[in-house]
Design a protein around this ligand. Sequence first.
Ligand code: DX5
Ligand code: ZN
Length: 219
Amino acid sequence: MKRPILAPSILASDFANLQREITMLNESEADLIHVDIMDGVFVPNISMGLPVVEAVKRHARKPLDVHLMIVQSERYVEAFHKAGAEIISVHVEACPHLHRNIQQIKALGIKAGVAINPHTSITELENIIADIDMVCVMSVNPGFGAQKFIEHTYTKVTALKKMIIESKSNALIEIDGGVNQQNAKALLDAGADVLVAGNFVFSAANPKEVISNLKAVLA
Ligand code: DX5
Ligand code: ZN
């Protein structure tokens, strides 16, 4: 997939009209569909679960990028793979056996990502960076859409990019939270490959146009 990669987050979509939202994404220039799974334990919110992911998959013509904000992810990754996930990211803060969790995802033949909270140092990734396909850098505290972008993210992305190059890793850098037309280009310049955008896309009168404009900024 050619970078920059745009991954609208359906957390901000109209759940009562999910099929319509997925059709819109299919027809748009979006590259991935970002799916936020929250368990009410690791994060203070509950979003959606397996039946919703299965339903989305039935209509989606773009790969599902599943972001697990849950504890004990090893109990669920196989089910999310069966439901249609093509990328699964787990949180370093929620995985005491991260290496095992990553191997488990890779054994399913799909891409494995690691997400880090805003307070988490990239040094936490040193011993796993060579094994993963993506790092999801949280640019808001996970749990809710429509939050303000945390500016420290730029510094983190620059350092992470350096770490990725030095370790000869192929990991993509995904930015998740508060992405909009104003910060997209700077994030890309700092080293980001994948941008997630929820509220900025779905609260717009014409989401397809917003997606197209974002892609143009990034081109
Ligand atoms: C936050 C989620 C994000 C969120 C992004 O916990 O992981 O993916 O949906 O939404 P916006 O773009 O509205 O910040
Ligand atoms: Zn997310």
